[in-house]
Design a protein around this ligand. Structure first.
Ligand SMILES: [Zn+2]
Length: 336
């Protein structure tokens, strides 16, 4: 399978695995000013948030997701440690948000945002990609919904990952599976889901040892709370907004007074549902305009008011009601 290649400026290439893209060179030579000196120390694997690499907002059309696993990728082009991760991310986002020619006969649509949630560069630096609460994108045929997409810079059919990269990836995976309470078995690779050689045979050789190490370091939700800031502990201070060790619902539990709010706060499953409803509601609002916005707001207020009134009554099943609401909101997004 041919490799997708994105040319940006004259100096570097970004590849989305399993795409075959050839994009005209940018006439803007400004990217060159972003080159980082090679060999810069990068063992501190804190995550570079979107605002630090200059991300533009995501476009409409994002699909909310409930995280059930992680998929690993390689970019599929040789590492280029001389280009800064910030420049790579901006280039990737530019490419992602426009329709593109994938091959002579195939095009890609514009995606709302970069297809991956985390990008690990050749120096072991990590950048935040798409908001993890929304499904990633792919040009291969599989359902991305539910997966955190992690990509490593490199073509691991033809080269091997650097130690810095593997260390950063290991720390990221430990933080992610601990934060999202995933079993290590929920970590998979692109070729498990679609016909592709991504993430490359040299990476595949290293994968069993990597996963064993991740499993050993995993912090379980029933472990004593060493520090709830697993992310900070593993990845440094910048990562706090990115992975949430113990999710909170859409409202503040510290000031929750209603019995139904206290019930949600005391049950992680309900917390998760409440969060997903909030995400789906915002996503549904974003697809509407005019009077429809006010109508949906009214509908959502009515749902919450009914929930608050009915909670505690013998026939009221809060979990089922919340699941139903989530389904309705998601259906609204998908039919747009
Ligand atoms: Zn891939």
């Amino acid at each position: 399978m041919k490799k997708p290649i994105l040319f940006l400026g004259s100096k570097f290439v970004i590849l989305i695995c399993s795409l075959h893209l050839s994009v005209a060179e940018s006439t803007n030579g400004g990217d060159r000013a972003q080159f980082a000196p090679s060999g810069e120390p990068s063992l501190n694997a804190s995550i570079i948030p979107r605002e630090k690499w200059g991300a533009k907002p995501a476009l409409s059309g994002m699909q909310p997701q409930n995280v059930i696993g992680i998929i690993l990728h390689h970019t599929g082009v040789l590492k280029n440690p001389k280009v800064s991760i910030e420049a790579k991310m901006r280039g990737l986002q530019d490419f992602s948000q426009r329709p593109g020619q994938v091959s002579a006969i195939k095009t890609k649509p514009s995606w709302p945002d970069v297809p991956y949630h985390y990008y690990v560069d050749a120096n072991g630096r990590i950048a935040q990609g798409r908001d993890v609460h929304f499904a990633g994108d792919t040009n291969t045929s599989y359902d991305t919904n539910g997966y955190i997409q992690v990509v490593l810079e490199g073509d691991f059919e033809h080269e091997v990952p650097d130690d810095e990269q593997l260390t950063a990836l290991r720390n990221l995976l430990v933080a992610l599976i601990s934060s999202w309470n995933l079993a290590v078995e929920r970590i998979s690779v692109h070729k498990d889901h679609a016909p592709t050689d991504c993430p490359g045979r040299h990476f595949m050789q290293l994968l069993p040892a990597l996963l064993a190490e991740v499993a050993k370091q995993r912090v379980r939700s029933d472990d004593p709370p060493v520090s709830n800031d697993i992310c900070a502990q593993q990845l440094g201070p910048d990562c706090l907004p990115l992975v949430n060790p113990r999710p909170n619902p859409s409202f503040d539990c510290a000031t929750a007074r209603l019995p139904v709010e206290k019930a949600i706060c005391s049950d992680q499953e309900l917390v998760q549902l409440d969060l997903e409803i909030a995400v789906a509601y915002q996503a549904a609002l974003a697809t509407l305009d005019g009077d429809s916005v006010g109508a949906l707001r009214q509908q959502q207020r009515a749902f919450i008011a009914a929930r608050n009134r009915a909670f505690g009554q013998p026939n009221y099943q809060i979990k089922q009601e919340m699941e139903h609401r989530l389904m309705v909101l998601r259906a609204m997004i998908q039919t747009r």
